[in-house]
Structures are given as structure tokens and as C-alpha cells.
Design a protein around this ligand. Sequence first.
Ligand code: AMP
Length: 394
Amino acid sequence: MEIKTLSQLDLQNKRVILRCDLNVPIKDGVIIDDRRIRASLSTIRKLLAKDCSIVVIAHLGRPKPDQKNNLSLAPVAKRLSELLETEVAFSEEIIGIKQKTDSLKTGQILLLENIRFLAAETSKDELERKALSSELATYGQVYIGDGFGAVHRKHASVYELAKMMPHAAGDLIITELGVLEKLTMNPNRPYGVVLGGAKVSDKIGVISNLLEKVDLIAIGGGMVFTFLSAHGKEIGKSLVENDLIPTVKELMKRAENLGVKIILPTDIVVAKEFNAESNATIVASDEIPKDQMGLDIGPESARFFADEIGKCKTVFWNGPMGVFEFNNFSNGTRSVAQALTKIDGISVVGGGDSAAAVRKLGFSDQDFGYISTGGGASLEYLEGKELPGLVALS
Ligand code: AMP
């Protein structure tokens, strides 16, 4: 798929519609982590250097009609302005503002309110999405897609709008794709993938697609209990997706035939209740008591996972090894993160909860080869799926 870059589009003096991913965590009006905003700066600065005016479109969360107040992009406009050291105007209106966008002068930036406040943005009805994007298209002359975290969504401002206008991808998308290509085209070996998080169903596609490409897959988190259950082990009250057990069995058989090592924990940190104060005990993974649930991989497994990761030259990691939000159950995730920081090769943290976990546990972004800004988007890319937002930019 050939994707145009900023340098391949005539941008001089243009009014640009820029789709960014500014979906940052905000608590009580305060931005807790501004990395997605920072990741968008490179493209914005390049556009400013080309004397463009910029209409920025972005989303925040998944608003329902009664939730709007908590999901306004107003604090993001302020932060963006601070980071750029230039004024960023904010428009509460999204529709019917052509006059406002027409009057933007060179170097002026206007951020529109959360595009997902409009149901048409995410509508399943193509005509509704097209009606919205037709309106948005009147606000600029060219379209730059840079919201990597949203490229797996067939949304009006990501897909239809891009197709309607002369377009190119911004720097963030190009950087993310460069990293993902390293994971899929001739990766240095051994190549290991570490998967965790709550649900197997989210990761089945990735495991299936990467089986042909990797040397080892280490599995932890809540998803591991479906694997342990598929091996016939008692998993007590742990998370499980019973309907996926046949699929998991099939994957394990395929892995065996391909000579791919699937590593499962040999010990588990269990507790009676799902809460931060729960008493944590360590048991063998085939001795989980019926009345307890597994909330982290155990120390022996964490050491083993770390050793195996340490031998790899390429590692992709998505999903915490345990409930990292609770101190008692964060050690597995910490060990894996630590091992990733030391590998002699490329380590990629696949956004979402894994990125939140490494930051919460005190690691810095520079400790890793790359931390993706798009958890879902990078997973879907690695599943081998076509991402609408990239198709539209090709
Ligand atoms: P995901 O969004 O699928 O990557 O899942 C991330 C979430 O999985 C985090 O909030 C973790 O607390 C949770 N998680 C990890 N391990 C477990 C576990 N053993 N049981 C329940 N939840 C878990």
C-alpha cells in the first residue's frame, strides 16, 4: 500500500484539514498524559512551516449523549497551544462553520470540538458519514491524516473525508507504520511476542496471524486462563472465555506444528477477591484453588518470561501480565517491562493498557524502542487487517 507523505503533497499556503488522535486521558478537566498531543506536534509544525492554516479534527473517548460535558476537547486546545507556543482557537460548533474556517489566516490553528459528539462520525450508515464528511470537506483544501489511533475505524473524518480530498499521511502515521513494518517484514530473530490483558478474543487474530512469523509467544494476563483451561487445568474464579477454548486448542496445535514456542506461566498470583487490598498468594499454575482467581503471573514465570524475552532481537508486547493497577498484582508486568528495556534489538510496546502500565510503573518512553500511540490500530495491523484510515490515504 503506497501512502503519500507530507512532502509529496503541495501544502504551501494551503488551508489544511488535519485529523489527529488527541484522545488523551483527562480527569477533572486536567490532562493526565499528553503524549498523544506531543506525538501530533511534528506534523503541525511542518504545516506551519509551509504557511498553512490548520483545521484540526479529533475525538475524545466514546461520548454518549448524556456524557458530553466530560469529553470536550477544550482542555486539549489549551495544552496544544502551550506545547506549540502559539494560539490554538477552539470551536464548539462543528457544523456550519465554513465562514470561520475560510477566515483563518496563515499560521492560525482551529481545533474543532470532539467530532464524536456527532453521531454521523461513527455511524454504520455510509450516507450519514458521507453527509458529515461533505460538510467537513468545505473547511479546507487538503486533508492530512495523522490520527494513527483511529485508522482502524471506518469513521467519517478518518475514512470518507480523506477519500474526498487531496490527501497525505502525517509524520506520526508514517513513523508508526515504519515500526509495524519492522515487526512484519523480515524482523530480526529470535522474534518474540508477549500478550496479556483481559480478553483472549481481542488477541486471537494477532496470535493467529503472527504464528507464521514469530519464534515465541509468551502469554499472561487475564487471557492466560483460557489457555490454562484449554490444557485441562483448574482455574478457579479466574477470567475465562469458554467459547474460545476450541480456538485456543487449535492455535496451540498450529504453534506446535510450526515449531513456535507458546510460553504459559508455571505459577500464578491468586487472591479471593478482585481488589487492591486482596491477600496475594503464589500457587503453581495447576493448583489454583477453586475459590480464588489468578491476578498476575508468579515470580518464577516472570523470571522465565524475562529470560526468554532477553534472548530476542525483536519483541512486540501488548497487554499487561496482571492487574497492574493494584500494587500486589503488578510484579509480572514490571518484570516483562524491565526485560523489554534491556533487549539487544527492537522492543515495541503496543499502546493502550501496556503503554499506561509501563508509565504507571515508572518506566520512561525512552526505555523502549517504541511505544505506539494506537493500541487497537497496531493490533489490527498485526492481525493483517486492512485499516480503513490507511486505505483512504493510499
Ligand atoms: P486489555 O485492554 O485487554 O489489554 O486489558 C487490560 C486490563 O487487563 C488491565 O486493566 C488489567 O487490569 C487487566 N488484567 C490483566 N490481568 C488480569 C487478570 N489476571 N484478571 C483480570 N484482569 C486482568
